[in-house]
Structure formats: C-alpha cells, structure tokens
Design a protein around this ligand. Structure first.
Ligand SMILES: Nc1ncnc2c1ncn2[C@@H]1O[C@H](COP(=O)(O)OP(=O)(O)OP(=O)(O)O)[C@@H](O)[C@H]1O
Ligand SMILES: [Mg+2]
Length: 337
C-alpha cells in the first residue's frame, strides 16, 4: 500500500483563521452618570429591551461612544466592536475568504501506475457581524456612517427579518443565518456635514431608533471634566464655562467639545495650575486656538479676542470674583462630589 496524502498547504493568509473575539465590558465607576445621562440611558435601554437597535447621533466629543460602551456593558453580553471605515466592503462585516487549502493525493498502489489528485478549497472566516448574530452578542458599530452605505447593506435584513444573508460557499451554510434572539445593535454617528461621513441609506435609518445627542448640560460636563482630571470643583466649573462660552460665540463650526474641557483640566491638574495662576491662560489658548481650522469665515481674529474675554471673566482668584461674574452653579455641590 503506498497511498500518500500530503499535508494540506494553506495560502493567502498564512497561519490561522482570523479570530474576532468579543470583548467583555463591565459598567465601571469611570462612567459619570448625571440626571441628563440617566434619562438617555433609560430610554436607550427600553428600546434595546424591545428588540430595537439604538443609534446615537451627534457632534464630535458629545459622549456617544462612551454612552454606547456603557449601554453595551450594562447588557452583560459579549460585545463585538466595529469601527466604520471608508475602505470597508460587506466582507468586513460578514466575513469572506481568507486563503485556500490545497491537498494532494498520490496513489501508487499498483507500482507501475501513479495516480495523483489535487484539490483546492477556499477557507472562509466569519467576521464580526456574523459572529455577533450567531452568538447573540451586542454589536457596537461606532461611526458606522464612515463606511460606505453599500458596505452596511447586510444590516438591513439582520435588523428587519432577523436573517443574515451569507454567501452559499461559506462552509456549512445554506446562505442564511438566523439571528440569535439576544443579538442587539448599538450604533453611533456624526452628523452628515462632518468630513468623511457618508449619507446613510434611508432604509437603514428607518430601522434604527435614533437618539440625537447634543453637548451635555453644564453639570454633566463639569462632573466629567472633574472625574477625568481630578481638578477642584471650582476649577472644573471655570474650564467648562470657558469652553461653553466659546461654543456660544458661533465662531467655530463645531465645538469646542467636552474633549477640550477634559484636555485643559488634565493638563492643569498635571501642572498643578489653578485658573488664576500663571500658565493657565496659555493652556486654554493652546487648546482652544487649535480649533481655528474650523473657524467660520472671517472669524479668526475674533477667536483670540473672544478667548481672552472668556479667560478674563472666568479665571479670577476666588476672593476677587464679583457676584456678577461668579459662576452660577445650577446643581448642588454634594451632587458633584
Ligand atoms: N458619561 C461619561 N463619563 C465619563 N467620561 C465621559 C462620559 N461621556 C463622555 N466622556 C468622555 O468625553 C470624551 C468624549 O467622549 P466620546 O469619545 O464618547 O465622544 P463621541 O461623541 O464618541 O465623539 P466622536 O464623535 O469624536 O467619536 C471622552 O474622553 C470620554 O471618555
Ligand atoms: Mg466616538
């Protein structure tokens, strides 16, 4: 007997099947909850419970991804994260061929006769959407409108008919995968006018419950800036008032966002600089003038003037604050500590 079966060779993506592991998220103390955030969380939880996908839409730095992560963690199911990308095709969600397997059979049973047989088969790997549908995970599709609309087509039947259409060549597949009853989707996106964002097909928007988020209220921004930096409560309030004051000028197209508050607060905390001390104005100017690329037409000169006005108003030492310029706090101090 002299039948030799050669070890199959694999090509394309040498090595192993691509593995997409879900992450286990835990709702932690780092997530700041205020009455405003609580209301949004409760609404979103109700929609998810009823079986609907939730979509947070809003400006950069409004807290969409953080909220989505928190909600996903609260579901207690494994989380599959996907980040929208202009280069995505449908296989980046569903899966596709990642290589081939070649096997060769050499049959020399009758020593004067040599028979060889070669076969080549493609290797398939499920991608994150397929795995999440199969296992009942929470799909967190961040910035999904950065992918081209056609790349997201697979979501249409997943969200409506609860069926994922797959290529028939997928091993063991008959072309369809029934979506697990625990599967849920949480999506985030920036408004369409942002650079690099695609207009989503109406049919997909029609399947989502969209919660439009704007910048959080003053209490929430103050608490987050403080929690993320460790600055004193009064300092966090000053920083938030400066950033919110900039937003209100209308000089900048979008923002400055909560990220600007956190940046200023973190650097100030690290440098141990209080708002009325030397160096604080420079930190604020550097962070806020960085926004000048997004300044509306002819607003560049006004931007610096406005920043200096806001700094003069909100960075006085506590003893020098007059009642007219003191920061009004609409929330109890206890709530913020
Ligand atoms: N509830 C919260 N608790 C703690 N930190 C928060 C909270 N919400 C937002 N943040 C912080 O604010 C910053 C901006 O939030 P996030 O990244 O979620 O914004 P985004 O809306 O997803 O922005 P983008 O559109 O640019 O992706 C992050 O540093 C995040 O950690
Ligand atoms: Mg985000």
């Amino acid at each position: 007997m002299s039948t030799i079966r050669s070890r199959p060779t694999e090509g394309g993506n040498p090595g192993e099947t691509p593995i997409h592991e879900p992450v286990a998220l835990e709702a932690g103390d780092a997530f700041v909850i205020t009455p405003e955030i609580q209301k949004v969380v409760e609404r979103a939880q109700a929609y998810l419970k009823a079986g609907y996908p939730v979509h947070f839409s809003g400006p950069a730095g409004a807290g969409k991804t953080t909220l989505a992560l928190h909600l996903a963690a609260m579901r207690g199911r494994p989380v599959m994260m996907v980040h929208g990308d202009d280069e995505f095709g449908s296989s980046d969600l569903v899966g596709g061929d990642y290589g081939y397997r070649k096997s060769k059979l050499v049959d020399n049973y009758i020593h004067s006769v040599l028979k060889t047989e070669e076969s080549v088969s493609t290797l398939w790997a499920d991608n994150r959407l397929t795995l999440a549908c199969k296992n009942g995970d929470t799909l967190l599709y961040d910035e999904f409108t950065r992918s081209k609309p056609e790349a997201n087509n697979a979501l249409l039947s997943v969200l409506e008919e609860k069926l994922l259409t797959l290529p028939t060549k997928r091993p063991g597949g008959d072309g369809y995968l029934e979506v697990h009853s625990e599967f849920r989707a949480i999506l985030t996106s920036n408004p369409e006018e942002y650079a690099g964002v695609h207009r989503t097909q109406d049919a997909l928007m029609d399947r989502l419950i969209t919660i439009k988020l704007d910048y959080f209220d003053r209490e929430t921004e103050t608490r987050i800036a403080r929690a993320k930096s460790g600055v004193a409560l009064e300092d966090a309030k000053s920083i938030v008032d400066i950033v919110r004051g900039m937003r209100q000028t209308g000089l900048v197209r979008h923002g400055p966002s909560l990220r600007a508050c956190i940046m200023i607060a973190r650097v100030a905390a690290q440098q141990k600089v209080r708002p009325w001390e030397h160096g604080f104005h420079d930190i604020c100017r550097d962070v806020l003038i960085g926004l000048s690329a997004r300044v509306v037409r002819d607003g560049e000169a006004d931007l610096r003037v406005k920043i200096d006005e806001l700094l003069a108003r909100h960075t006085q030492a506590p003893s020098r604050k007059s009642s007219g310029t003191a920061i009004e706090v609409p929330v109890t101090t206890e709530a913020m500590v």
